[in-house]
Design a protein around this ligand. Structure first.
Ligand code: 13P
Length: 250
């Protein structure tokens, strides 16, 4: 089965107005054929989302949010609803990133509510999962990821509205990438689980790898059978690196 690759950048808490140049260089530097072949997405901080969505119009580049609140609106100072992100031009929204799970004590139950809100606003949810180093060392990586997926997936998840991003916590921002065998094993397990949960329809969902993806390792990671693209942090901030990663998708 051929799934369209998704190459997604997560800018995290990085990016000011001056970084519009970097984003423009991404749009200009990615070939039209790459935009045709793959989905290419940048999730900037919310302060840049509207500007980026205007810049991306007509280019093939997609934009998304990094997180959202589960409620449609209300007294939640400092939070941003899925409707606001969609209104600013977002096509996708990341939920359940390990930095949210760790820094903000987000549970899988909350992440599921957020993912539901993303779908209700006609965006695609990127649901992040991944084990810590301690969990991997104790042999529990697959079990942890299985539980996270079961509890975090939106109620109406399909291959169209939902993407899974497997990001081992110990590989994020560390320069350490999981081995090809570790990635392949986990992605195969995730695919099997998706089939168990939602049959063929859900098993066709894209499963991304994230964690120290860079121009030098992207091609071999993207060549793994059950890897359908990447969620890229640090290397998505510079056009030269991000565009090289997109090119590595073939
Ligand atoms: P790095 O690519 O910087 O390791 O970050 C990965 C990540 O967390 C993407 O969401």
């Amino acid at each position: 089965m051929t799934r369209k690759m998704l190459i997604a950048g997560n800018w995290k808490m990085n990016g000011l107005q001056e970084n519009r140049t970097d984003f423009q260089n991404m749009i200009d530097g990615i070939s039209p054929s790459a935009f045709d072949l793959h989905d290419v997405l940048i999730c900037p901080p919310a302060t840049l989302l509207y500007t980026f969505s205007k810049m991306a119009k007509g280019s093939g580049m997609l934009v998304g949010g990094e997180d959202c609140h589960p409620a449609a609106s209300g007294a939640h100072t400092g939070d941003i609803s899925a409707a606001m992100l969609a209104d600013a031009g977002a096509d996708y929204c990341i939920v359940g990133h390990s930095e949210r799970r760790a820094d903000h004590k987000e549970t899988s139950a909350l992440i599921k509510e957020k993912a539901n809100a993303v779908l209700q606003n006609s965006m695609t949810a990127i649901v992040c999962v991944g084990e810590t180093l301690a969990e991997r060392k104790s042999g529990n990586a697959t079990e942890v990821v299985t539980q996270q997926i079961r509890a975090s997936l939106p109620t109406a998840a399909t291959a169209k509205n939902c993407v899974i991003a497997y990001e081992p916590v110990w590989a994020i921002g560390t320069g350490v990438t999981a081995t090809i065998d570790d990635i392949a094993e986990m992605h195969t397990a995730i695919r099997k689980l998706l089939h168990e949960i939602g049959g063929e329809a859900l098993a066709a969902a894209r499963v991304l790898y994230g964690g120290s993806v860079k121009p030098s390792n992207a091609a071999e990671i993207f060549a793994i059978d059950d890897v359908d693209g990447g969620l890229i942090g640090g290397a998505s901030l510079k056009a030269e690196d991000f565009n090289a990663i997109v090119a590595a998708a073939g």
